[in-house]
Design a protein around this ligand. Structure first.
Ligand code: XMP
Length: 513
């Protein structure tokens, strides 16, 4: 498998992986390398272009990160972003200084004027918003470069030497806030580097499978499958790579949504792997009996989950590799890429402490959520699994207010299914980030037929959010709410009232418990 390669040379910028992701989005293979990578190694990769990332330093500081200047002699186009642009200017004979007054320092959304004669900006509007984040200023542009973009505060927002195909931008084309930023990167890749677009998620899948096979050899692999998107895609990838050596442990705590456990099991039946479904409903419900406090519920579930997993792991004996479905947004990186301190967030809290294994495999750690979904499709996972909305580890236990019992869970499951079904029928699935039903512990009087009822109140919750730290309640059309309400009170025994939660986060949280 040979592909055109672009090198993203990392100077410690917070957007290094986002740049890589944008390049992949353009259908071009790329690798993120530390700025310290020896020139010979970069040359051996035979790149069609190099992109310098931003970084927190100032290039005129003595210890600021500097790549081997030979990178400019590789004979390929170079795009410098932010610090990368300043490194280019500094190295090729320009001058970069701290901005003398506040007006030349730019942060945030800035109206920018582009020279559309430049390869980078060809075919784009002459003005647009760009996302700036720089406190330094290019006091002297290197010989051979011309100014190709400016803003009200800054005359040299972008520089270009078309003869050598060197480009530098002070703003961040990779972030969504920069209008046409992706088109600029595409112009660099296709207009300057001569990319042909020979990279797809199918290639990514194949390369990952090959790498996993090489790493795992004949070893045993263990994976805790929750049924969420990330662990499912990680499992599918491992199944494709080393199926018979893989054991997926799926602890069904009985707190899943309607049919969820069977759907997960069914999706993995096509692979030859050891799929262990631990049916632990009775165990979990007995531990939860009489417990009303939300935090206690969470603790009990978390602990029982680990115990159940641990029991299965013990049966397998020595495990060589533990797989985690960590994805890029879960990975917090600090430092300068090469010696980065990486903290990864564990999808199932604390698991590695309880299981004896040699190494962790995190096959999704460079992917963003939508890329993970795309990979899942490539692997043949069904759409309902790939597009699944986030679902909390404690499951429906934190959506049954008060004590959790099987009849209450069954009531909630059915109502939740109807809500999701109607949202799908109305074509609203993609307009919300999470939506579900909550069974309150409130009962109220109603009238059905000629009789009085005294039944449960069910709440509907639906939110839109970028990161789940804050959220807004979704403006679901009244007629959709009406259909949901009518269906639930007619089809779900024991529910006679439906309310819609119109609280944002903060002050409320997404979940009720
Ligand atoms: P809150 O209720 O904190 O929810 O606003 C934000 C997001 O986190 C999910 N959530 C959890 N996920 N274990 C999880 O794996 C949990 O204990 C948990 N609690 C909340 C929630 O569904 C929402 O997506």
């Amino acid at each position: 498998m040979s592909h055109q390669t672009v090198i993203v040379l990392d100077f410690g910028g917070q957007y290094n992986q986002l740049i890589a992701r944008r390049v992949r989005e353009c259908g071009v293979y790329c690798e993120v390398k530390s700025y310290k990578t020896p020139l010979a190694e970069l040359r051996a990769m035979d790149p069609i272009g190099v992109i310098f990332t931003g970084g927190p330093n100032s290039v005129y500081e003595p210890n600021s990160p500097k790549a081997d200047p030979g990178v400019f002699d590789l004979g390929v186009p170079v795009l410098g972003i932010c610090y990368g642009c300043q490194f280019m200017a500094h190295t090729l004979g320009g001058a970069v200084t701290a901005a003398q007054d506040d007006s030349a320092r730019e942060y945030g959304k800035t109206e920018t004027f582009y020279d559309t004669g430049c390869t980078l900006f060809q075919g784009l509007p002459q003005t647009g918003i760009s996302w700036m984040s720089h406190g330094d200023y290019m006091a002297k542009v290197p010989d051979g470069f011309s100014l190709v973009a400016h803003s009200a505060a800054c005359p040299n927002v972008a520089i270009a030497d078309e003869s050598r195909k060197f480009y530098g931008v002070q703003f961040h084309p990779e972030v969504n806030h920069t209008e046409n930023g992706l088109a600029m990167l595409r112009n660099f890749l296709y207009g300057a580097c001569g990319a042909v677009g020979d990279w797809t998620m199918g290639d990514y899948k194949n390369a990952s499978i090959a790498a996993i096979r090489e790493k795992v050899g004949g070893g045993k692999v263990l994976l805790a499958l929750s049924g969420g998107v990330d662990s499912s895609v990680a499992a599918a990838l491992l199944a494709e790579a080393v199926g018979p050596q893989l054991t997926c442990v799926f602890v069904d705590h009985g707190l899943m949504r309607l049919n969820e456990g069977d759907e997960v099991e069914e999706a993995f039946s096509k692979w030859d792997l050891n799929f262990v479904r631990v049916n632990a409903e009775d165990l979990f419900l007995s531990k939860l009996a009489g417990v009303e406090d939300p935090e206690r519920k969470r603790k009990i579930i978390g602990e029982e989950f680990i115990r159940a997993f641990e029991r299965e792991a013990k049966k397998i004996g020595q495990v060589d590799f533990l797989v985690q479905g960590t994805i890029y947004p879960d990975v917090i990186e600090s430092g300068l890429g090469d010696a980065a301190v990486i903290k990864s967030h564990h999808n199932v809290g604390g698991l590695p402490d309880y299981v004896d294994f040699k190494e962790i495999i995190e096959p999704l750690r460079l992917l963003f959520k939508d890329e993970v979904r795309q990979l899942g499709r490539e692997l043949g996972l069904p759409e309902y699994l790939v597009m699944r909305q986030p679902f909390p580890g404690p499951g429906l236990a934190i959506r049954v207010i008060g004590e959790v019992t099987k009849p209450k869970l069954d009531t909630l499951r059915l109502a939740d299914f109807i809500f999701r079904d109607e949202i799908a029928k109305a074509g609203l699935e993609q307009s919300m980030n999470q939506y579900f039903a909550v069974l309150t512990n409130l009962r109220s009087v109603g009238v059905m037929g000629d009789g009085r009822t005294y039944d449960c109140t069910l709440a509907l919750r639906a939110v839109t959010t970028a990161d789940f730290m804050t959220a807004d309640w979704a403006r679901i059309p009244y007629d959709v709410l009406e259909t949901v309400s009518t269906r639930i009170v007619n089809e779900v025994p024991g529910v006679n009232r439906i309310v819609y939660d119109i609280t944002s986060k903060p002050p409320a949280t997404v979940e009720w418990e």
